[in-house]
Design a protein around this ligand. Structure first.
Ligand SMILES: Nc1ncnc2c1ncn2[C@@H]1O[C@H](COP(=O)(O)OP(=O)(O)OP(=O)(O)O)[C@@H](O)[C@H]1O
Length: 296
């Protein structure tokens, strides 16, 4: 099997004059949990439609475990998908829906499915028409997580879930990872991406602005450092990575730090530092930084 669960090369999608995806190159290693972030209209759903073979690329290609995404008879044997707006059959109960979905997908772990029904507190005896948005989402999530599909594709999967259920979702993603499944997770929920994903791609106006490990992404970005000292202030002029040095009191200063902290620590060692706090950026701050940069 291909080492990449998802691979796109020069993937372009135009809708008339609108360039929805602009030469997207993505490589999602099998077994990883991959976050796909972007503001409204960035092209996330378009990408997912192309991955599922529900739309044709204008140029370039997308592959699922090495098979062209347009070859849906093959690719859908190895993937399960939960859309942003889940529609269910109004006349079927949750249990009947799970059965139906189980028969069309790549195979189901029934024991695990029953466990998930409990964990997601889903009443599967009710007909689909009576389910709320969140409950419809839960049915689709349970159906997808219970499959043995090596690739799970989620488009904004927790938008209708309450915080408790979001936790269950995150737990189920962790279990999928333990089983070696790959998870492709499109999301607005930065905290969710931060807590479950290994890697994250940031998309804006159809273009990738970054692909990085979640941990590296933090390291590459600015941290806020605050230093308290006794006596003379530390000498930080011209220290690599140190910017925006600001005195915030007679014995305190603040600065931003990018990259490795060693030069800044050497600079700080020139003074009698009595306290030091480093605030690492949240994914949200990093995300906003990217938007600022690109829109500037
Ligand atoms: N069928 C279509 N016809 C015309 N334009 C479309 C079509 N589908 C999407 N678009 C446009 O393509 C761009 C990307 O849309 P897409 O739905 O992929 O974004 P998204 O990142 O999923 O946004 P959201 O988070 O709001 O769902 C948008 O400008 C959208 O208006």
């Amino acid at each position: 099997m291909d080492a990449f669960a998802v691979r796109t090369v020069g993937l372009i999608k135009r809708y008339g004059r609108l360039l929805a995806l602009d030469a997207l190159d993505l490589a999602v290693p099998a077994g990883s949990v991959f976050g796909f972030l972007g503001p409204n209209g960035a092209g996330k759903s378009t990408t997912i439609r192309l991955l599922l073979g529900m739309a044709r690329p204008t140029a370039g290609y997308a592959r699922i475990f090495g098979t062209d995404a347009q070859d849906v008879r093959v690719t859908h044997r190895s993937l399960a998908y939960v859309p942003a707006d889940v529609a269910l059959w109004p006349q079927l109960t949750g249990a009947e829906t799970l059965e139906l979905l189980g028969r069309t997908g790549p195979g189901v772990d029934r024991g695990y499915r029953d466990e998930l029904v409990e964990r997601f507190a889903l009443d599967v005896s009710k007909p689909g028409r009576t389910y709320s948005t969140g409950n419809r989402q839960k049915v689709a999530l349970v159906a997808a997580f219970a499959t043995r599909a090596p690739l799970l594709v989620f488009d904004e999967p927790t938008s209708g879930l309450d915080p408790l259920m979001e936790r269950e979702f995150q737990h189920a993603v962790a279990q999928a990872r333990e089983r070696g499944q790959t998870v492709f997770l499109s999301s607005h929920q930065l905290a969710e991406v931060e807590s479950v994903c290994d890697r994250v791609a940031i998309l804006r106006a159809g273009k990738l602005v970054e692909v990085a490990d979640v941990a590296n992404l933090r390291r590459l970005h600015r941290s806020q450092v605050e230093v308290t000292f006794a006596g003379t202030a530390p000498q930080l002029d011209g220290v690599p990575g140190v910017e925006a040095v600001e005195r915030v009191g007679p014995t305190r200063l603040r600065f931003t730090l990018t990259g490795p902290p060693a030069p800044a620590l050497r600079g700080l060692a020139t003074a009698d530092v009595t306290a030091l706090t480093i605030h690492e950026p949240t994914l949200e701050e990093i995300f906003l930084d990217y938007y600022d940069e690109v829109s500037r």
